[in-house]
Design a protein around this ligand. Sequence first.
Ligand SMILES: NC(=O)c1ccc[n+]([C@@H]2O[C@H](COP(=O)([O-])OP(=O)(O)OC[C@H]3O[C@@H](n4cnc5c(N)ncnc54)[C@H](OP(=O)(O)O)[C@@H]3O)[C@@H](O)[C@H]2O)c1
Length: 370
Amino acid sequence: MSLDRYYLLGRSGLRVSRLALGTMTFGTDGAWGAWGSTEEAARAVFDRYLDAGGNFLDTADLYTRGTSETLLGKFIAERGARDRVVLTTKYTYGLDPGNPNAGGNGRKNMIRAVEASLRRLGTDYIDLYLLHTWDRLTPTEEVVRTFDDLVRAGKIRYAGLSDVPAWYAARAQTFAEAHALTPFINLQLQYSLVERHIEHEFVPLAQTLGMGITAWSPLGGGLLSGKYRPSQGRGEGEGRLTKDEAGSKLGLFTEQNWQIVAAVEKTAKELGRSMAQVALNWTATQPGIGSVILGATKLAQLEDNLAALDFEIPAELRKELDQASAQPLPFPYKMFGDAYQKQLHGGATVGDKPVGYTPPVWTGNPAITG
Ligand SMILES: NC(=O)c1ccc[n+]([C@@H]2O[C@H](COP(=O)([O-])OP(=O)(O)OC[C@H]3O[C@@H](n4cnc5c(N)ncnc54)[C@H](OP(=O)(O)O)[C@@H]3O)[C@@H](O)[C@H]2O)c1
């Protein structure tokens, strides 16, 4: 089994695989249904993931208009695996036009949504429940208290946040800690070689406040698997990015992204690995990352991706990937770099302080075997 090592997610006792299985593509209904797969293909992916030792499953009420949750619930029941898996789902998006309280982050929608997810999943509890996207309206306190109520009511076991501003996550966690309410153990955020913005704010936030990050779209929707490269005769009509109805390729066909794809290709060749494995390995082994959420529409893709943690990227090659994907530092982060810091510390570097002087930063996810 390639996934039989389980890590603690954030500051919690919950043990999860470092490769999670995303099920956004289970089913073909709804706005993104064109990216999805049939029940048969989804079942094959699910079964293989469980057979490999994986225990961490991700869905949302939004995905394929509820079909993802329905299929996942069915597959879990067929395998009799409910207690073995860590089942994650999310709420926020309304599927009832004209009803403002059937969407958003508020208490009324959250309780409606959790009951609907439980019904579709065919279970009486969710292991990890996430706010899907910040609604810009609901007071943070209302959200934190409702998560706590759902834990106390036995509907969910743990709480987390996805796609929120960093200040919001810090506010929510601090409020929860100050009032001894259920803490947030997980931040689910987009992260890959083609999307590195979380490194400035979210990674130190998660490490300091005890939240494990789970990375979504670690292959940039398939871009980093190498199959899109129109300039080199590859890449039309092969997957999600060319099925994109708006024809935007999700904004990913840019010059810098082709350079990143080229760097991944070079590393993959030198290591004798697939490009998808290299891109997933890089993401999974970055600071603060608890788990990477795999997406696969075909069994062969999952087989490829499951081997992503069986090797190490040597420092020299990692540096090349880091450099190809680097972005200019936004304000004010360059002020926290060595040059500014040396100046403000009167010429001394932080490293000059005696060991133990700086309180240890919580780095999370100590490996647990078996
Ligand atoms: N919280 C959020 O807002 C949010 C948002 C998005 C996703 N998510 C979660 O994250 C999960 C993963 O996201 P994602 O699907 O965008 O991840 P991704 O890894 O960036 O893209 C996965 C897609 O790439 C292609 N692919 C995967 N492995 C491949 C391989 N080895 N070779 C060639 N092509 C390959 C497949 O699409 P094709 O077959 O179509 O090419 C697959 O569906 C989702 O299922 C969902 O659970 C969360």
